[in-house]
Design a protein. Structure first.
Length: 417
């Protein structure tokens, strides 16, 4: 116990502790909101299938604009930028419950989305700053497990709350807002770190970064955005609308997937570090194809639930693998803005695809969007076979490593004297 407390007092220990609190609280808030929002949209607001696609597109607009938002606030340190984003998330979630139609909920969807998408970018950069490059996957895997623990707590609370009448839609959204504020307070004290070492000042960030050398990261982001937005726009909706599952049953499904995520998160991160992004991302996209085709072609609630759980179980690996690949080929000052550029590209697809598939749902069965998503997974598999971080480093990254090597050699010579 004393050793643990001593470690927490160190900059890296304090950083990990604060990141853990913020990640768990945000995981709770996002999971609780996701758990009830499909039923809230259908039961309280009366949204139809096509409107689910439209509201998803509206939600993804801030993700598309993320590169410009982060460029506007590039002088802010990552912890302060993240804290501000989480405050927006808290306000948006808190006011979900005052809505009574598609148009009155839309502003809060946009506001919470600004916070949510900024957090998606900065949490990876903050997490990877706590450790060296070779252990980035393990660190992100541990934080993914923490996120899953927060999600698990949210599932239990929502499941019990709705089962016994302790919670309603509006009180759940208020609780989500409170937890997002807790995360904001925690992360604002995160220390300035780089490669696991404390810095007196925040690492400098570029405003906007777009480089040809990072093209495979951009392609992964674009294709992942198209695939995942189809699934997360309509996956729960199919379980609610087509199979008639209520909030307690949806909670139980998410609970099972989250429990598995806690157990496998650290292992997934280690596998990325040990076997590389090329191998692990190929495996995960094969799993996506199987899950999406099963969801589309087998009209059975048990199979649909198994496919949903499988998809959500392997989903974190896509983000971890893409982020660690980028860190291996980009310079330190370009990691965070490049993550933002990737998310912007991801959400360019995320805006168009839900609208198109939502429109198509007016004329065809729910199966077609999932078949299209499996096609995106096949294309992503092809991209993963071309990944080679060691040979795809940018010229600036190679120069940065050479400079670091010279500085280390000079320090060794000076120490020898």
């Amino acid at each position: 116990m004393g050793t643990t407390l001593a470690w927490v007092r160190t900059p890296i220990g304090r950083g990990f502790a604060l990141a853990t609190i913020a990640t768990a609280a945000t995981g709770f808030a996002m999971a609780a909101q996701q758990n009830v929002v499909a039923n809230y949209f259908q039961d309280d607001l009366g949204l139809k299938g096509s409107q689910f696609g439209y509201i998803t597109a509206i939600r993804e607009i801030p993700g598309f604009l993320l590169i410009f938002l982060t460029a506007l606030f590039y002088r802010l340190s990552l912890p302060r930028l993240t804290a501000g984003a989480l405050v927006l998330l808290a306000i948006g979630y808190g006011f979900y419950g005052v809505s009574d139609s598609f148009w009155t909920v839309a502003p809060w969807v946009v506001l919470s989305s600004m916070g949510y998408h900024t957090w998606l970018q900065t949490q990876s950069a903050l997490g990877m700053s706590l450790t060296v490059e070779s252990r980035s996957g393990s660190m992100l895997g541990r934080l993914a497990a923490v996120n899953s623990a927060g999600t698990l707590a949210a599932m239990l609370v929502v499941l019990a709350g709705f089962q016994y009448g302790w919670l309603g839609f509006r009180s759940t959204f208020a609780l989500c807002g409170v937890l997002a504020l807790v995360a904001a307070v925690a992360i604002v004290g995160f220390p300035h770190m780089h490669d696991g070492e404390v810095r007196a000042e925040a690492v400098r960030r570029e405003r906007i970064v777009y480089r040809r050398e990072y093209r495979y990261y951009y392609l992964l982001s674009l294709l992942d955005g198209a695939r995942q937005q189809i699934f997360f726009s309509f996956g729960l909706w199919v379980l609610v609308n087509h199979f008639g599952l209520d909030v307690p049953r949806i909670s139980a499904i998410l609970l099972a997937g989250t429990t598995l995520g806690i157990l496998t998160g650290p292992w997934i991160g280690r596998m990325v570090d040990e076997h590389g992004e090329r191998h692990m991302l190929a495996i995960v996209n094969v799993a996506y194809v199987v899950a999406l085709i099963g969801y589309a072609l087998v009209d059975n609630v048990v199979v649909a639930v198994l496919c949903y759980v499988t998809y959500t179980l392997v989903f974190p690996l896509s983000h971890i693998g893409a982020a660690t690949y980028l860190r291996k080929v980009a310079t330190s000052d370009e990691v965070a803005p490049s993550l933002a550029m990737g998310l912007t590209m991801q959400h360019a697809a995320a805006i168009v695809v839900p609208i198109a598939t939502g429109y198509v749902l007016n004329y065809v069965g729910y199966q077609w969007p999932f078949l299209v998503a499996s096609g995106f997974a096949c294309l992503t598999f092809a991209v993963t076979r071309r990944l080679s971080p060691e040979t795809q480093k940018s010229p600036r990254r190679i120069a940065e490593e050479a400079q670091a090597g010279r500085a280390q050699s000079s320090a060794s010579v000076a120490a020898g004297r």
